[in-house]
Design a protein around this ligand. Sequence first.
Ligand code: PHE
Length: 347
Amino acid sequence: MTAPESLHVEQGRRSGQTIIVCVDSTVLGPALGGCRIKSYPSWRDGVEDAVRLSAAMTEKAALADLDHGGGKTVVALDPLSAGKLDGSPREELLHDIGDVVESFEGQYSTGPDVGSSPEDMTVIGERTQHVFCRPERVGGSGDSSAPTAAGVIASIQALRQHVLAGQPLAHTCFAVVGLGRVGRLVAEHLAAAGAQLIVSDIDPSRRELAERWHAHWLEPHKALLAEVDVLVPAAVGGIFTPAAVARLRCRAIVGPANNQLDADSTADLLHTRGITWAPDTVVSAGGIVAATARELHHRSNEETDRLLTGIGRRLGDILDEARQQDRSPLHTARRHAQRRLQHRSSP
Ligand code: PHE
C-alpha cells in the first residue's frame, strides 16, 4: 500500500477531540469519503483506521467509475464521551470537523458514515460547503443508507446468478450481521421477498426487528458462523480473519461493511475454501454513486437508480473474470482499480 497523499491529525480547537482526515488519493479527482465518529482504544488506532478506510475509498470510487479519489474522516472519540456526544459538545465537534474539511480547499469532501448522520452534515456544512448528503429539505441528497442498500441488493442479485444459479430469494438462506442503517434496509428487503433470514446485532434491543420480520435472531459471533447460503456483513470491518474463515459455513459473502478482511491474504483463504467473497469496495459504492450523481451531476431519481443497478452488473463482471482466472475477486477488483489509476497518472 502506498502512503496517503496527506494525513491530518489535530485536537479540535472547540471540542478537544482527535480529528483525523486522511486523503489517500486525488489522482482521479477530488477525494471523498464519510465521517466516522466512534471510540478507539487510542487515537493511533483511529489514524490506522482512517488510512485503511481512505485507501478503500480510492478503490471504491475508481471501481464505480467516478472521477474522484478516496479520503476519510475519523474522529477517535475518547472512551469517556463514547455514545453520549450530543447537544453543544457534538455541535462543537462538527464545527471543528467542518474547519478541517474546509482546510483541504475542495480536495476532500465528507459525508455520513458510522456514527454520523445527514443532520450532522448540515452542522458540518456551516463551516464548509464540501459536504455531501445533507437532508433533502436543506438541499442535499439526504441519507445515503437507502442507495447504499440498493447497491447491496443489486449485488445480492448478481451473486445469486453467479453462485446460486439464480435460485429464488424465497429459497435462499441469509445471515445479516449488523442492523445499522444499511443492514436494516437490506434485511427488510430480504424478509419482504420471503428469504429465510438470520439477523444479528451487537445491540440486543434490535432483536425486536427479528420478531417483526419473522427472522431468527443469533448473537453476532454465532450468526457469522451460521450455515447459510449467503452471509451479509453489515457492521464494522476486520471480521474475516484466517481463524474465522476456517470456520465459516456459508457459500458466499456479500455485504456493505467496509474493510471486511483483516488482510488481503484472507481473500485467498476464502477462495481456497470455495466461498465466493464479493469485494466490499464494489458492493458498498451506492452511497457515493448516488450522492455524486444527484448533488454534482443533477441526475434524476430514475437515472440514479440505473447507476445503482449497475453496481450489480459490475460485481457480476468481476466475479466472472475472477472465476475464469481462478483468482480471488479481490485480486480482480484491485487490478481493475489500479488500471484506472495508472492510466490517469501516466503523462
Ligand atoms: N459513508 C459512505 C462512504 O464513505 C457515504 C458517503 C457518501 C461518503 C457521500 C461521502 C460522500 O462511502
